[in-house]
Ligand binder design. Structure first.
Ligand code: BDP
Length: 673
């Protein structure tokens, strides 16, 4: 089933010149060592070669006289002093891939610093084959920009997936692990093909049953699944319940400073490591959205996290601690309270107090994965604390995989954002220890519900490996690997992907204000859905104006959490970028944007445009009929049609709301007050 294969289609190479070139290398694979991950790499290469070139490569331990591929870890395959020197600089997951020709023969060497690098190198070569790249003269050195490249699942053991839009969990069903682990292995393979090296399998909101993943109730199963991922170089982590000493330990407290609590966690960690020696560590969401945490005992988050870190330290494990901490019961009458401020207010004062094996996990924006947000000001503000970026692959607020929204451009903006933390040229990507993202997959046949949402998973892996890659380049690669080289298909899909974020933004909440969604499930328009709730997510629209005043003088002063010149840039009406205007300022509907358009006219225009653009997506997709298999064509068409219809609903609800609130007609006459 081609949608299940994602970007690893391994279609036969059509260009016969290229196919011959590849066959000349691929007839012989020289492998002189054994290892779990290395064997995975060799198997993958063999099967890819077989499927793309119709060739069964011979496996040999020694170099032969003709062309060949040599695979292995740096220590064992390196033949020339040059190569040896290159390899000595490689980080743990790095690899090189180069062609060499000398008296010992002609060879294409794929050498990893460790086995994981070998696996990545093999996937790299297979990508080259799938994309028809030239392989005669290779000299590629790849080192990941981020050491930790992770996926977080929000899967519950009953089989449901919090914010999941692609079916049920592939790990759990009816409070047990699924019996058939085949799909888990297929998933591990997909993740490894784009360089992911860590993952959590259970929801950050850890309920009672999932608390037991760290004790004998489930550890054998966890270890088994960890073993599947290990073959692909992926380390397993678990989300842990801060109150576990009470819920499963029988203690009366979870106070991090109570010695019995520390001792309990040490015992729990010892047991986990006895089952899974390379266990990654715990991911913890504490004191957030009704989750338990150190606040209950009057302790701060450094005290809370450090106690867990101590338990994991002897084994090299880490605590990944969520910064998504805010008061979800706040008093909305007070205009000075601001949820956007919360993460910084909570964590900045703790900088330097965390142990070395604590990594803070910070969402890309200060709110919660909206279609447009500024970058969280915590990035750059904590130079004595390791921290990592969290993105959301699952499209909770970006169309729930019923709408097309390619998110890589959004992530690129966040990673490239200049924090000015150490003067000009301190982008977020230079400050972080890793990147993680909330998974968008489930047990749907095509993994991601919307087939084109596979591009987000692919793109996340690629960008977490190399944040310098362009969003367009990644989309192009993905389109060609997924649908084949037919230029019309690849070009059309690329074009759809790169325009999709803006299209979605056009017909949903305007100018960075966010949150105009139905409460609870967050799908579809509802302008006032959260306006009077305690969750702290407002737009403050009335008959005069709209937007949240986060300025220094008259607002919540959130703008001041940034370094200069960002603080002033956002704070000043004239310099604040249009797309974030309503995130930072409350303005009259007649306020002229930098684009020259008034706010109200911008709302009308973008909503009419966006709905039309969504319709346009259906039209361009229709032109691909017959150029790919019928089933993939049809499943995407169905989603795009739904999007086009739903975009009209968004357009009409948002536009008529603001028409009535403002009393101002559309200057193009589409709506008259
Ligand atoms: C929000 C989701 C919620 C998650 C939360 C989190 O609505 O389901 O539990 O993020 O990250 O976006 O903890």
């Amino acid at each position: 089933h081609p949608s299940y294969e994602c970007w690893l289609q391994y279609e036969p190479v059509k260009n016969s010149g290229r196919a011959n070139e590849y066959r000349s290398w691929c007839a012989r694979l020289v492998v002189s060592e054994q290892g779990e991950v290395l064997n995975t790499a060799v198997d993958e290469l063999r099967s890819g070669i077989r499927r793309m070139l119709g060739l069964r490569p011979a496996i040999a331990a020694e170099l032969g006289p003709s062309k060949q591929i040599v695979i292995g870890t740096a220590a064992s395959v390196l033949l020339t002093p040059d190569e040896r020197e290159e390899a000595s600089d490689l980080p743990e997951d790095g690899y090189f891939m180069r062609t060499v020709s000398d008296e010992r023969g002609e060879r294409l060497v794929i050498a990893g610093r460790a086995e994981r690098g070998v696996l990545y190198g093999c996937f790299h070569l297979l990508r080259f084959l799938a994309l028809g790249e030239e392989t005669e003269e290779l000299h590629i050195i790849e080192t990941p920009k981020h050491r930790l490249r992770m996926i977080n699942h929000w899967d519950n053991m009953d089989g449901s997936v919090e914010r999941g839009y692609a079916g049920q969990s592939i790990f759990f069903d009816q409070n047990k692990f699924v019996a058939d682990r085949g799909r888990i292995a297929d998933y591990a393979r997909l993740l490894a093909s784009v360089g992911i090296n860590g993952l959590t399998i259970n929801n950050v909101n850890v309920h009672e049953v999932e608390s037991k993943l760290i004790d004998d109730s489930f550890l054998n199963d966890v270890a088994d699944v960890a073993g599947t991922f290990r073959l692909y170089g992926i380390q397993l982590y678990l989300s842990a319940n801060y109150a576990a000493p009470i819920t499963i330990g029988g203690l009366t407290t979870a106070d991090p400073l109570d010695p019995s609590v520390g001792a309990w966690w040490k015992g729990a960690a010892a047991n986990v490591y006895a089952h899974i020696p390379d266990f990654g560590g715990f991911v913890v969401k504490a004191d957030s959205e009704h989750r338990p945490g150190p606040f209950t005992y009057g302790r701060d988050h450094a005290e809370g996290a450090n106690m867990l870190a101590e338990a994991l330290e002897p084994y090299g494990g880490v605590v990944i601690w969520h910064c998504f901490v805010y008061n979800c019961m706040q008093n909305w009458r007070d205009r000075k309270t601001d949820r956007a401020r919360a993460a910084y207010d909570h964590f900045k004062p703790l900088d330097g107090k965390f142990k070395d094996n604590v990594i803070l996990q910070i969402k890309n924006g200060p709110m919660d994965f909206q279609v447009r947000e500024p970058v969280s000001p915590l990035f750059g503000s904590m130079d004595r604390t390791r921290h990592m970026m969290e993105f959301q692959l699952t499209q909770e607020y970006t169309g729930q995989q019923r709408h097309l929204c390619y998110l890589v451009p959004q992530w690129k903006e966040a990673l490239d954002f200049d924090t000015y933390a150490k003067g000009e040229g301190t982008p977020v990507k230079s400050l972080i220890a890793g990147i993680t993202a909330v998974s968008n997959i489930g047990n749907d046949d095509n993994w991601t519900g919307h087939l084109l949402a596979q591009a987000n998973l692919y793109g996340f892996g690629r960008i977490s490996w190399n944040s310098e890659l362009s969003a367009e380049g990644i989309a192009d690669e993905w389109a060609r690997m997924t649908f084949g080289a037919e230029p019309k298909v690849a070009e059309t899909v690329l074009d759809m992907l790169v325009r999709s974020w803006r299209i979605y933004e056009n017909y949903t909440a305007p100018l960075g204000v966010g949150w105009m969604v139905n409460p609870g499930h967050h799908y579809g328009p509802n302008v006032d859905g959260y306006e009077y709730s305690l969750w702290g997510t407002y737009h403050y629209a009335d008959c005069v104006g709209i937007g949240v005043d986060r300025t220094r003088e008259t607002g919540t002063a959130y703008s001041q959490q940034y370094f200069e010149p960002n603080a002033s840039m956002y704070d000043t009406l004239e310099t604040c970028p249009d797309e974030l205007l309503l995130f930072f300022h409350h303005v009259p509907y007649t306020h002229a944007l930098r684009s020259g358009e008034t706010v109200i006219q911008h709302i009308y225009n973008t909503h009419f445009d966006g709905a039309k653009q969504a319709e346009g997506l259906v039209a361009v997709w229709r032109q691909l009929e017959g150029l790919m298999d019928e089933s993939r064509f049809a499943e995407v068409l169905e989603r795009l049609q739904e999007q086009a219809e739903h975009a009209k609903e968004w357009r009409d609800i948002i536009n008529s709301y603001f028409l009535r609130k403002s009393g101002i007609s559309d200057k193009l006459g589409r709506m008259i007050y």
